[in-house]
Design a protein around this ligand. Structure first.
Ligand code: PAF
Length: 282
């Protein structure tokens, strides 16, 4: 695996692949890689000839009181893991390479960027959209792979790519979970032992809500309230637990069939998010 930290060097390495008409897949990450990221790279390998991974802790998607400075930076470990799973090229730029000057251009996916996680993390999704758009312009891949765990991010990037006619296909990859159901996340490492023991309750509540919908319950507000209460009783501070239309993340109504249940809740200072896609039986 080759590693570069400059856009110019990245483009030089990509040129012969493109000339040879090789299919290029791209997996953007912020590093501190876990098995979920590695599944993305493995999926990329199955669908393309060459796999490019970026590691960039993007300052513009962190709020002023968030963990940008303390976000785990584990490049040597990450690089070893990426080589092992067969990534071809690692792009590891510094902040000055991606943002040589403050960007006057912003990308805001109206509606999608300010709801759910966007409501409690103002500006977060504008930062995500900006950096993903910049990285796509740098790598110009045929295929972009993103985890389904960040369902709102995936939905928003799909919409940005469609709205801006960016020439890339997008593939969402299923969430990787620990044996007890907790979705893998770089932030799980912040949990204390008792918090880690409580954390799988988030997925259990999502499943309970999904089961209720499958059984034909249509009182979505009632399901949301019951599962939010259960989370609160388990020690979480709930940000949202909401049943939405999968296509645009708007609140679901009883006639909607393709649904996603989105949840975000804090255990101590650690904010966990998860989701469950479910199809209503009508
Ligand atoms: O999901 C992430 O790790 C980040 O939001 C992404 C897509 C790499 C953009 O910085």
């Amino acid at each position: 695996m080759q590693t570069v930290d400059r856009i110019e060097a990245l483009r030089m390495l990509l040129k012969p692949w493109r000339r040879a008409d090789l299919k290029i897949a791209f997996v953007p990450t912020m590093g501190n890689l876990h098995a979920g990221h590695l599944r993305l790279v493995e999926a990329a390998r199955r669908h393309a000839d060459k796999v490019v991974v970026s590691i960039f802790v993007n300052p513009t998607q962190f709020g002023p009181t968030e963990d940008f400075a303390s976000y785990p930076r584990t490049e040597a470990d990450d690089s070893a893991k990426l080589s092992e799973v067969g990534a071809d090229l690692l792009f590891l730029p510094g902040v000055a390479e991606i943002y040589p000057r403050a960007s006057l251009t912003t990308i805001s996916v109206a509606g999608l960027s300010t709801i759910h996680c966007g409501a409690s993390r103002p500006g977060h999704f504008d930062g995500v959209a900006l950096v993903v758009c910049k990285l796509l312009n740098m790598v110009q891949p045929d295929l972009l792979l993103l985890g389904e765990k960040d369902f709102q991010q995936l939905t928003l990037i799909r919409r940005m790519v469609a709205d801006l006619n960016l020439p890339v296909a997008i593939q969402g990859v299923a969430t990787e979970r620990d044996d007890d159901g907790l979705a893998l996340s770089s932030r799980n490492g912040y949990l204390t032992a008792p918090q880690r023991a409580s954390a799988p309750e988030l997925y259990r509540c999502l499943r309970a809500a999904g089961d209720a919908i499958q059984r034909g319950e249509r009182d979505f507000a009632g399901i949301e309230a019951a599962q939010s209460l259960r989370l609160t009783q388990a020690g979480f501070v709930v940000d949202y637990f909401t049943i939405c239309r999968a296509a645009d993340l708007a609140p679901a109504t009883s006639g909607d069939m393709d649904l996603v249940i989105l949840a975000a809740a804090k255990l101590g200072n650690t904010r966990l998010i998860d989701n469950l896609v479910c199809r209503s039986n009508g």
